[in-house]
Design a protein. Sequence first.
Length: 94
Amino acid sequence: MAQHAATAKHVPSSTHNNSSNKKGLRQAGYIFMVINTVFLAFAIIPMIWCIPMTRAAKKKINNLNESAICLGIFTFLFVSFIGGILLLCGGSAE
């Protein structure tokens, strides 16, 4: 008996949309930034950093062609640890 080797083509089971993934990561980062901004509302000096950076993150969600790596680094350092990491993961403009 001869066995026939079946030639199977690799077809992805689901199409992975890179732009929706980036938008989701940036949206999650923005949510963490808003939460942290609310928690830091009692201090004036941190609010000087938090409010403009949170607004910049919202602009980056709508414009996926711009890189958000620099914003992710400063968010990581000054606003929200988790939000910064999420912006860095979805930050490249490729």
